[in-house]
Ligand binder design. Structure first.
Ligand SMILES: *Cc1c(COP(=O)(O)O)cnc(C)c1O
Length: 416
């Protein structure tokens, strides 16, 4: 029997074949992948996983593809950094940074979801792939499509960071800049997906795409020595990543890879686009769409597709949510860089900022084993920090100039 059983509606439970479809015909609910866990249980084990490839594909038994990984074979298995300096600064005994700023090949967590989506798109016979993106997704789809020799269209909002625009063009896909925000781009792409026979990774391929995010949960547990953390902090755009970390942890328990899951799933957004975190703070189980205005552009989704499910996952896990201002985002980026030597993009600043807040509020406690997901690279969002880091010290090319500048003492120590 195959490991994938069906696509199933998250609302009414109606089942569908595992094709390129994403909404229920009966109730318009979103579809997700349902597995034959009894079948998977027969073969999966910690040992088998540990002997697998040094990529996210060591968890292939829990990913929605039928054959081998034909696209994105090197994605995932990024470092789990024991953040002693940042932990000490924030007052945590055991803090880890899951560092997807160095994911392969495009330096964000999106390489995980795209590797799954394009492998599945190929299995389903597609030759053209596309996406609606806040930036990182487009970079990843464009790079993977180039390597896989697939036709590619990426749709981006008109106000993206320069490095994220360049990070598309270099692979030579069709880059379509839409005059509007992400929510406008997404609406347009849903219409285009209906007209053309393309694999839109986050529209008609979304049920498969989203499953790739579970690998962050799997790696977390394995890299902690097969322990589940007490607390995780997850940045939210559509909210999909957060829901899949919860799903991944629970799958590991269902398959006997861990004994219990007591992890609290905490969600992080920027104040300028916090439909999900605002709903949490106001005690609502539904979100109100907003018009985004924040430097955290990778998280700027005003009408988040998985917002409702993210609220549900956080509630089930007894987690929390919070949001931070753009200034706090910049502070978070600088703090992470200056304590751990990791340069994150704005989404990472959101995660660190919210981590700080949750510790201050006593929601995350000193002895909680905590993992912060740092999902994108700072070299892609230089605009956000360029005015907050100062300039180099400038000198003449002479020893005198250097020593005058630093007022070097006799013993070689700095007097300045
Ligand atoms: C896409 C993205 C996320 C989370 O996206 P979801 O839509 O919530 O799954 C987080 N961080 C970065 C850097 C991203 O690009």
């Amino acid at each position: 029997m195959a490991k994938m059983k069906a696509l199933v509606c998250r609302e009414c439970g109606k089942e569908y074949p595992t094709k390129a479809i994403h909404v229920c015909e009966m109730c318009f609910g979103p579809l997700e992948v349902k597995y034959n866990y009894n079948e998977i249980k027969k073969t999966i084990s910690r040992k088998k996983i540990e002997e697998g490839p040094h990529s996210m594909w060591r968890y292939i038994d829990l990913l929605p593809i039928e054959g081998a990984a034909t696209v994105g074979p090197y994605a995932g298995f990024t470092p789990m950094v024991r953040a002693r300096n940042l932990g000490a600064y924030l007052g945590l005994d055991e803090l880890y940074i899951k560092n997807d700023t160095v994911n392969h090949p495009t330096l964000s967590f999106k390489d995980r979801v795209v590797a799954v989506a394009l492998t599945r798109a190929r299995e389903l016979g597609f030759e053209t792939v596309a996406c609606a993106s806040t930036g990182n997704l487009a970079n990843s789809v464009a790079a993977h499509a180039a390597a896989a020799g697939m036709q590619c269209y990426v749709f981006i909002p008109g106000d993206l960071e320069a490095a994220k625009v360049l990070g598309n063009l270099i692979y030579r896909p069709n880059v379509v800049e839409v005059e509007g925000n992400y929510d406008d781009v997404n609406r347009l792409c849903s219409e285009i997906a209906g007209e053309h026979g393309w694999a839109f990774v986050n529209i008609n391929i979304r049920p498969y795409y989203a499953e790739g995010s579970k690998t962050l949960a799997f790696e977390t547990v394995e890299q902690l020595g097969w322990r589940t953390p007490d607390q995780v902090v997850v940045p939210m755009a559509s909210g999909s990543l957060l829901t899949k970390i919860w799903k991944g942890l629970n799958e590991m328990q269902a398959l006997g890879l861990v004994d219990s899951v007591r992890t609290r799933i905490n969600g992080a957004q920027a104040e300028g686009c916090s439909p999900i975190a605002s709903a949490y703070k106001e005690g609502r189980d539904f979100f109100r769409p907003v018009k985004p205005k924040t430097i955290a552009k990778s998280l700027a989704i005003g009408n988040p597709a998985d917002g409702y499910y993210a609220l549900k996952a956080t509630a089930e896990s007894k987690g929390a949510m919070d949001m931070v201002s753009d200034d706090e985002v910049v502070d978070g980026i600088k703090l992470l860089a200056q304590t751990e030597g990791i340069f994150a993009e704005t989404a990472g600043g959101v995660t660190v900022g919210v981590l700080r807040k949750l510790i201050k509020q006593g929601i995350i406690k000193k002895n909680d084993v905590t993992v912060a997901y740092i999902t994108g690279n700072g070299l892609k969002t230089q605009e956000a920090v360029i005015d907050a880091v100062g300039r180099p010290v400038r000198i003449q090319p002479s020893l005198v100039s250097f020593e005058r500048t630093f007022k070097m003492g006799k013993n070689g120590g700095l007097d300045a």
